[in-house]
Design a protein around this ligand. Sequence first.
Ligand SMILES: NC(=O)c1ccc[n+]([C@@H]2O[C@H](COP(=O)([O-])OP(=O)(O)OC[C@H]3O[C@@H](n4cnc5c(N)ncnc54)[C@H](OP(=O)(O)O)[C@@H]3O)[C@@H](O)[C@H]2O)c1
Length: 303
Amino acid sequence: MVVLVTGANGQLGQAIQSISGKYPEIDFVFCSSSDLDITNLENCQVVFDEFKPQFCINAAAYTAVDKAESEPAKAFDINANGAENLAITCKKFNTILIHISTDFVFDAYFSEGIAYYDRELRLPLKSNLGLTETDVPFPSGVYGLTKLQGEQAIQANWEKHFIIRTSWVYSQFGNNFMKTMLRLALERVSLSVVADQIGTPTNAVDLAEVLIVIMVSSFKFQVSSFGIYNFSNEGQCSWYDFANEIFRQNGVSIDLKPIRTSAYPTPAKRPAYSVLDKTKIRSTFDIKINDWQTSLSACLKQL
Ligand SMILES: NC(=O)c1ccc[n+]([C@@H]2O[C@H](COP(=O)([O-])OP(=O)(O)OC[C@H]3O[C@@H](n4cnc5c(N)ncnc54)[C@H](OP(=O)(O)O)[C@@H]3O)[C@@H](O)[C@H]2O)c1
C-alpha cells in the first residue's frame, strides 16, 4: 500500500515519519513542500503519476494563525486551493484523501443560532460536552475560515475522503505550545497563560497512529465510512492547565499565573471552547484514545 504524505517536514509529517518504521507493509512517500507544492495542480498530478498512491495524507497547511490575518491570500492558497488541488488529483488517481483540519473552524461562542458557550458565564451550554462533526462550523479568523474552505473544496470534488479535525497539536517535532513553554521556563521566573480558552491537547504521534488505523481499516477491511471525524486526546483543559501540567511533569518550578484572553490580545480571535467529541471516530474505528496527561508524559519522555 503506497501512502503519499504532503507537508512531510511539518510537525505532523515528522510524527508520521517517526512511526513509519513500525509499518513495513506501508510504502510511505514523504514529500516536503519543495518535493510537492500543493498549490500547484500540475505538480500534484506529476508526483501522483510517479508514485500512484492508494492514500494521500495531507499534512501540509498554512498554520500561522495570527499571521494569516495579514496574509489571507496566502492562507487561502495553501489551505483551500491546495486542498482542492489534492482532491482533484486524488479523484484522477482514485486515491483516498486523508485531510487534516482544525477545531478553529468553530468560533464556539455562537454559531448559526446554536450557542455553544456562554461568554459571560464561561461555561459550555451543551449538555453533552464536546463539538460533534455535525455541529455547524463558524470560524472567527482567516486561518479557521480557509481551513473550512479546504474541507468544503474536498467535499465538493472527491467523495473518497476522511477529514480529521484535531486541536492543540504538540509533539517533540517543530514548534508548538509545549516546546514554547519549556523554552520560556528557561528564560523567565514568571509566566502568564490564558485560562479562559478550553480545548484538548493532541499529541501528534497519537494522531499519526490514528491515521494509520484509518488507512489500514479502509484498505484491509474495506471500511469506507468517508466523511468528517474529530480526533484529539481525551479530556479538556485551558492553556493555563496545559502549561501547569507541562511544568509539573517536567519538574519545572515557575510562577505561573492564569490570565483572561482579554489580557493577551492576538490578531486572530481564538475559540473560547473547542473540545471535540470523539464518539464517532472511537466507534467507527474501534480505537482507544489516551487522556491528554498520559500522552503529554509520553511526549516529554521523547524530548
Ligand atoms: N498545530 C496545531 O496546533 C494544529 C491544530 C489543529 C489542526 N492542525 C492541522 O494539522 C495539520 C498539521 O499541522 P502541523 O502542526 O504539522 O503544521 P506545520 O508544522 O506548520 O507543518 C505544515 C507543513 O506544511 C508545509 N507546507 C506549507 N505550504 C505548503 C505547500 N504549498 N505545499 C506543500 N507543503 C506546504 C510546510 O512546509 P514549509 O515549512 O516548507 O513551508 C510545513 O512543513 C494542518 O492541517 C493544521 O491545520 C494543527
